[in-house]
Design a protein around this ligand. Sequence first.
Ligand code: GAR
Length: 197
Amino acid sequence: MTKRVAILISGGGSNMVALAQSMTGDHPARPVLVLSNDPEAGGLAKAAELGIATAVIDHRKFHKDRSAFEGALNASLEVANPDIICLAGFMRILTADFTAKWEGRMLNIHPSLLPKYKGLHTHARALDAGDSEHGCTVHQVTAALDDGPILGQARIAINKGDTPETLAARLLPMEHALYPAVLRRFASGDSRPVMLG
Ligand code: GAR
């Protein structure tokens, strides 16, 4: 049966677009909801253009009450009834209660070669460390931040003269290749990692 996919975003949503556009033809999944915690997220209009239902749960209205925010998130998700949730540039930290509820069904893309550089400023940290390569990771979401079983990685070389901005710009197209490849495999019931680059 076709899998239902909800995509959670906070920003421009370029990964969301790559995921949504991949879910056609014989793909085992279809997008059913794009949800943002930020009403200004550019990805919301892109999702609407693609004909996908959208929702906003503005975290600021919950005044740092994470469980109330996540209660609203869960209510919206339960209506959409997803088999799989893809975090795609969703920049809220999730509690263990939330991750436990969706564990095994929730994926995230992170712009580093995990387990390196969990958290923020991943491009700058790879450069500061003098790394010769960088990349992105898709993993299952567990209670620990940017942790959980790895479902795929894509690698790029770090060149002399790279800045956080040039690295981010070179990595993003790799994210757009990796995340759809992982989702297709995961939605077909196969959790073997996808390795690109
Ligand atoms: C992407 O680079 C994604 O890897 C990163 O945010 C960007 C979202 O871009 N995610 C994280 O940093 C999560 N910790 P997009 O909105 O254009 O997909």
